[in-house]
Design a binder for this molecule. Sequence first.
Ligand SMILES: Nc1nc2c(ncn2[C@@H]2O[C@H](COP(=O)(O)OP(=O)(O)OP(=O)(O)O)[C@@H](O)[C@H]2O)c(=O)[nH]1
Ligand SMILES: [Mg+2]
Length: 495
Amino acid sequence: MTQPASPTDSLRSQPRSDAQATLPMFAVVGHPNQGKSSVVSTLVQDDHIAVSPVSGTTRQAHQYRLMLGEDTLYELVDTPGFQRPRQVLDWCAARSEQAADRPRALATFVTTHKQDPRFADDCALLEPILAGAGIVYVVDTDQPFDAAFEAELTLLSWSGQPRLALLNPMSRADNEPGRHEASWRPALQQYFSLVRVFNPLLAPFEQHLTLLRGMAEIHPPWRESLLRGIDALQQQRRARHQQAADLLVDYLQAVLRFELQLPVSGPREALHNAGLNQYNRELQRHERQLQDTLARLYGHRQLDWANEWQSLRSNDLTDAHEWRAWGLPRKKLASLSAGAGALGGLAVDAATGGTSLFLGTLVGGALGGLAGGFAGRHPLTFELVSRVPGYEMWQLGPVSSLEFATALTGRALRIWYQVRVRNHARRDALLLASQELAHWLDGLPRKQQVQLLFWLRKLLKRRLDETEKGQLQTLLLALGEQMELDNESSQPPTS
Ligand SMILES: Nc1nc2c(ncn2[C@@H]2O[C@H](COP(=O)(O)OP(=O)(O)OP(=O)(O)O)[C@@H](O)[C@H]2O)c(=O)[nH]1
Ligand SMILES: [Mg+2]
């Protein structure tokens, strides 16, 4: 697991020791309010780092480590923005007769001005670089390039440290380049060996890795460590998905098979209504638990679902309009359900194998599912389970309608989607209006679509054994990949 990155308060301006020197360390620098802390937050997977629209939010340099178990993969230093780069440059220029003097002039500047509040931010920014950090320069290319930036670029180049520039067009959430990218690129290319587009809020995980690969290329001594780090991150992500799919299988089993015993008291209708309220509270409790567990699994420690995620309301279960939207449109459900019904008649391993016989029955079974699957059904069974006088007992649940089952599944998958594609730099509300279950299913082969319904139908009848749970988990993993593909296709390119 990635441990929460924690800031190390003291930054040394002395050169790093040999052991430290092999650990990749980058200072993320730039003008104030360009998304520097957002870049750090996303790349160290820490949603506690101060990110805000107020310029000058970061006042001190903080070092963050991305840890995997006991290993540190890399360190990033979040820094305040440049304050008076022109004056720093003039001061250093006056004290360096030739190019070779410049790094020392920068170091002397920091030693001399450390306590001077006019240059506090500049010193805090330069210090980690002088201590050996590589440079990640972040710029909002929706702003025009001007001379003030040129002083920053010159100063950074004078450090002689490996460096790359990130273009972060902050008002864009689409594939468009920043409004002023054309004026930035030629300038940046003079000072940086690598220039990349990177949106810290929206870049999908694959783009994080592409960026890290870029960082690996600009400084050979760090290359191997960074490439190992990338492998470790990929493995960690795969493990997270597997664990998540496992949790989802258990969740679906728990909610679809949930039963509530109700000792008889009063009229049947009143009992039913009271039972529904209690049942619904249980569903909500399970769902909240799923949200929290998945969020933690993906390293989100302060997602506030309470205000942003619309929970099932107490009358949801009696009012199909409330939950119908979470599942599948009736037409799609009918056609898939027919296929799943036909599949039910075959050997279980046909659900993962797929044969021409299976495809034949799929077409043949076409309309049977509509009548048998859900039409007109109440979402939960409600029956008298004990008639012993004085001990009469009603039971509410398990779920009896496939439509309701897909609605609960749709909600659970959407929770998974929200946490797995969410970058740690985001501080905004979770959007409910993300992709639909039907849309994700459309990206899967028809066989897998039918399989999902097959397993849900099975769960309406009984609990799954371990082999079956494994098969459903595999299917959910494929669905998860599909959700991520959707996310990636709507993101900006990396370069
Ligand atoms: N829409 C959008 N907003 C962004 C993007 N990157 C950062 N922001 C927002 O811009 C604001 C500033 O981001 P920070 O990461 O705090 O910027 P910073 O450079 O660390 O700022 P200072 O610490 O004040 O110098 C925050 O509200 C971010 O959510 C982006 O790519 N798109
Ligand atoms: Mg900041």
